[in-house]
Ligand binder design. Structure first.
Ligand SMILES: [Zn+2]
Length: 174
């Protein structure tokens, strides 16, 4: 299920949550079991923080919510901007190929850091689906091979859930 930014609730716009600096981010401790109003509010809050800070992804731990959850902007339809939540995410590599790119991070202000990551990964997560009539909103397991750019973003946000930032991944220049 996509979350369209035009639907962000008013009480989320009024929230006072801040973006934590990388050094203050702790690993996520909470696996998400069910969908609750609190979870939906968490998702909207991450989208709001990503949006107002010009990010394309945002992890729950970046604002002190210790849940295994991040959101990434859906690049497929920019005329109607929306974001997608990734719940209890993980990934595995398809091969040993690596790729090095400059990355920025809302928790590492004003820095662009060169980060080497696996190029070809399969992402796994729980998505929110509203397809079934008996159970209008439920968690559904997803598994997809991710294109290299999206896979990099997925790994960056997944790192935040482990308490890792691009500062920990930077390649030391001689
Ligand atoms: Zn980041």
């Amino acid at each position: 299920m996509k979350f369209y930014i035009e639907n962000i609730p008013n009480h989320i716009w009024n929230s006072s949550n801040k973006v934590l600096l990388a050094k203050d981010i702790k690993p996520a401790t909470e696996t998400i079991i069910t969908i609750s109003n609190e979870l939906i509010d968490n998702i909207w809050l991450l989208i709001k923080l990503g949006l107002e800070n010009d990010g394309i992804g945002f992890a729950a731990t970046q604002t002190g919510i210790q849940k295994k959850l991040f959101v990434i902007e859906d690049p497929t339809d920019l005329s109607n901007p929306c974001w997608i939540p990734y719940i209890n995410p993980s990934y595995y590599r398809l091969n040993s190929e690596m790729d090095c790119c400059l990355e920025g991070c809302l928790s590492v202000p004003d820095a662009q850091i060169s980060v080497s990551r696996p190029k070809n990964i399969v992402g796994q997560w729980k998505g929110i689906t509203s397809s079934s009539t008996n159970n209008p909103i439920s968690l559904k397991h997803k598994r997809e091979k991710l294109n290299p750019l999206f896979g990099r973003c997925f790994q960056h946000e997944h790192d935040h859930l482990m308490g890792i930032s691009i500062l920990d991944k930077s390649i030391i220049q001689p």
